[in-house]
Design a protein around this ligand. Structure first.
Ligand SMILES: C[S@@+](CC[C@H](N)C(=O)[O-])C[C@H]1O[C@@H](n2cnc3c(N)ncnc32)[C@H](O)[C@@H]1O
Length: 285
């Protein structure tokens, strides 16, 4: 367990999938390597330094961070080049590991894959090491990884090709939009490890977790299903608590059970900067 990790809440012993949540604490070798050589090769370089308004796109932050999004929420910026090798990985491997996203979703995914395992949504997976670890620890789940940053997705696809746990599907898709059109009660877990923090006050409206997101997750989760958010920004943790508190169908889990998961690339940066890690878990009534 990383020194500064402050586990505020932990998953229940059972979920709609009927088993314990993901296991595996400690910096994965790939993450340690990334961390050692800097984050420039990943999706996360400078992620905690969001763009100045007007420079990279015209998004007006919502005046009320909990207000429902109008015309979608811009929760990230696309940056960096995708190298030829990464484009090749996307071209060659995405067809093999892609998660169908047609409506009605996830019925379309199930029928295309002929897979009836409980579905766990991993949002903003970066380069996806924690996704693969989750899938490996929970072969009873079908883990759907969503990411908008193509180099990160390419890295995940390379890892899946090298060692496929057999239960990961990947999509380059906006998680906010997908959660909103998910069929009711169709998911057993929704996880966001280190969503873009958008720490500046004027960017708070870009945060993934808002009241509309909490309501959509509550719709999408089956009873007993879980929402798990981890962050290295105290202010984001407070924000997430207050946004989800407005959703009566999601109940905060508390207790002394720890949240087991690998340390992610982005988390390692937060730890190095001395930030406290908070894991928050809510269960669907
Ligand atoms: C701060 S990074 C964290 C990555 C990884 N979870 C980790 O802990 O290392 C946040 C990630 O969320 C992705 N992201 C942001 N908004 C998203 C959205 N609406 N849909 C899918 N991914 C998104 C970003 O591209 C970025 O890679």
């Amino acid at each position: 367990m990383p020194r500064n990790r402050d586990v505020i809440a932990s998953p229940p012993g059972t979920s709609a999938g009927g088993q314990a949540p993901p296991i595996g604490v400690g910096i994965l070798p790939q993450v340690a390597r990334q961390f050692r050589f800097g984050m420039g090769r990943t999706a996360h370089a400078g992620r905690s330094d969001p763009p100045r308004p007007g420079r990279l796109g015209a998004v007006t932050p919502a005046p009320d961070p909990g207000a429902p999004p109008v015309g979608g929420v811009r929760t990230t910026r696309r940056r960096g080049r995708t190298s030829a090798a990464k484009e090749a990985a996307l071209r060659d491997l995405l067809p093999r590991f892609a998660a169908p996203l047609d409506d009605p979703w996830p019925a379309s995914l199930r029928s295309a894959l002929d897979d009836d395992r409980p579905i766990a949504l991993d949002i903003g997976v970066g380069t996806g090491e924690a996704t693969v670890a989750w899938a490996r620890d929970r072969p009873d789940l079908l883990v759907v990884a969503l990411e908008l940053h193509r180099p990160g997705l390419a890295r995940l696809l390379d890892d899946l090709e090298a060692d496929d746990p057999g239960n990961v599907r990947v999509a380059e898709a906006d998680a906010h939009a997908l959660v909103h059109r998910c069929q009711p009660g169709a998911l057993t877990a929704v996880r966001l490890l280190f969503p873009d923090p958008w720490p500046k006050r004027r960017h708070v409206g870009r945060r993934m977790v808002d009241r509309a997101f909490a309501a959509a997750v509550a719709d999408a989760l089956a009873p007993g299903g879980e929402l798990h958010v981890a962050t290295d920004w105290d202010d984001y943790a407070e924000h997430a608590r207050s946004m989800v508190a407005a959703e009566p169908r999601l109940v905060a889990r508390s207790g002394d059970r720890r949240v087991d998961r690998p340390t992610t690339a982005y988390e390692a940066r937060g730890l190095a900067a001395g930030r406290r890690i908070t894991d928050l878990v809510w269960a669907r009534r």
